[in-house]
Design a protein. Structure first.
Length: 436
């Protein structure tokens, strides 16, 4: 077989794939193999991967335990659909129920985060008998018609919002407070404003509120303490349920807890969605709901790929490894080190770095024109530059934010101290080439 090169794959990508599938970097990286946090491209260039396929390869590439389970399962039974119960599907459902906050107990499996969010919204509507839904500006829910309507980024909406019943509340975006206020003297006005949003733009009875505990694609916008309690109390007052979208924040990503919402005291979701990190890269999404809410879905319901035996085998291996290797604690420890490193960069480049935020191994820096001069104009060009410089030095990172000016850093949960230090060193050397 002729050896494939990056140039060849880039050319074929351009010729045969939708052009809307944009790749990172001026010259895209064609990854071909990986081990743990190290990945290699087709030309043999090695990188330290600090984005993990968008927070998805939660245990690193080619994880021995996950791969062993996947190999064993695929040789035994590859697919049955949701029409047949399997050991994998019931064991995973039971395991998820044991880790979930509050009274979440029953599971529905699908193949992506988009489907999980779709299912959650339909379930909220069936349960409450109400149609209208509150989502958040800067939120991202996926690429179906409903998920695009929930999503609040114009660049991910090829067509106008199709679902009229969705209202977007202000995001808890403290660095760019929509009310020009500061926390905590703001008294979390962004959460309190949801009441007026419901009173003025809905029938006054809503199905629910869907929100990410930390807005991922939005640039790791981390709601301040108190936000979710206030918001969810208002939502319940008007008949709605709370859907926590844990697609990015789940499975220990935020450190200290299995789920991002558990950082917020006194808040229990009625429905929770998850995908990405659940199965180390195998396609799997899930919805968890309380028994009372799950029972409201009385219509038929099938998912061909949902809870596929191979994906559930991988997911069980992921959760067992998180528990056995204490990776939630590792996310907290290495996350603290990463945060300290990023804050050090903010001190060295105070003009370019406006904000450092996130929890655990979900950390971001927002780049602006000149923070020192008080000019917070988003600087996507600086992030573009940083991308090219870090690539040259062997580090892969992520990008996000409505203005495309946020750098997202999210290594595998089992990342080691030396790799965090290397990543921060590379970021520093890269920023030194252009940032002030
Ligand atoms: C918070 C959140 N919800 C839902 C989705 C959609 O997931 P998927 O791409 O698996 O459909 C994403 C994807 O990035 C996400 O970040």
């Amino acid at each position: 077989m002729t050896k494939r090169t990056s140039a060849d794959v880039r050319a074929k990508h351009k010729e045969f794939l939708f052009p809307s599938l944009a790749n990172y970097y001026a010259e895209s990286v064609c990854l071909d193999e990986g081990n743990g946090s190290r990945v290699k491209d087709l030309d043999g260039v090695e990188y330290l991967d600090f984005f993990g396929g968008i927070l998805t390869v939660s245990l690193g590439q080619a994880h021995p335990k996950v791969n062993a389970r996947v190999h064993a399962q695929i040789d035994r039974l590859g697919h049955v659909s949701t029409l047949y119960p399997t050991v994998g599907i019931v064991d995973l459902a039971e395991k998820l129920a044991s880790t979930a906050p509050g009274k979440l107990k029953k599971a529905f499996f699908c193949a992506s985060g988009t489907e999980a969010d779709e299912t959650a919204v339909a379930l909220a509507q069936m349960h409450t008998g109400n149609q209208e839904l509150i989502a958040l500006r800067h939120g991202y829910s996926g690429r179906s018609m409903l998920a695009m309507s929930l999503t609040a980024h114009s660049k991910y909406r090829g067509i106008p919002t199709q679902i009229a019943a969705i209202k977007h509340a202000h995001a808890p975006y403290c660095y760019r407070c929509p009310f020009g206020l500061s926390y905590p003297s703001c008294e979390v006005k962004c959460a309190r404003d949801i009441e007026e949003l419901i009173q003025t733009t809905t029938t006054g009875r809503i199905a629910g509120f869907l929100a990410e505990p930390i807005q991922g694609v939005g640039g790791f916008i981390d709601a301040p303490d108190g936000y979710f309690k206030i918001a969810v109390d208002i939502v319940r007052k008007y008949g709605g349920v709370f859907i926590a979208d844990e697609v990015q924040t789940g499975f220990g990503r935020t450190g200290e807890h299995m789920w991002g919402i558990q950082h917020h005291d006194g808040v229990e979701p009625d429905i929770m969605t998850m995908a990405k990190g659940i199965a180390n890269g195998l396609p799997l999404g899930a919805v968890l709901a309380t028994t009372g809410v799950a029972d409201s879905w009385t219509a038929g319901n099938i998912s061909t790929f949902g809870g596929n035996p191979i994906s559930t085998a991988a997911a069980l291996a992921v959760i067992e490894t998180i528990e056995e290797e204490k990776l939630i604690q590792n996310a907290a420890t290495q996350g603290a080190l990463l945060r300290e490193g990023l804050l050090g960069l903010k001190a060295r480049y105070p003009g370019s770095i406006g904000d450092v935020r996130g929890k655990g191994l979900m950390q971001a820096i927002e780049m602006v024109a000149d923070e020192v001069a008080g000019d917070r104009t988003p600087a996507p060009d600086k992030v573009g530059r940083l991308f090219e410089e870090t690539k040259k030095r062997g580090l892969l990172i992520g990008r996000g934010g409505l203005y495309n000016n946020v750098l997202r850093v999210s290594p595998a949960l089992n990342v080691v101290r030396e790799d965090v230090e290397t990543a921060v060193r590379i970021l520093d050397a890269s920023l030194a080439t252009f940032a002030s």
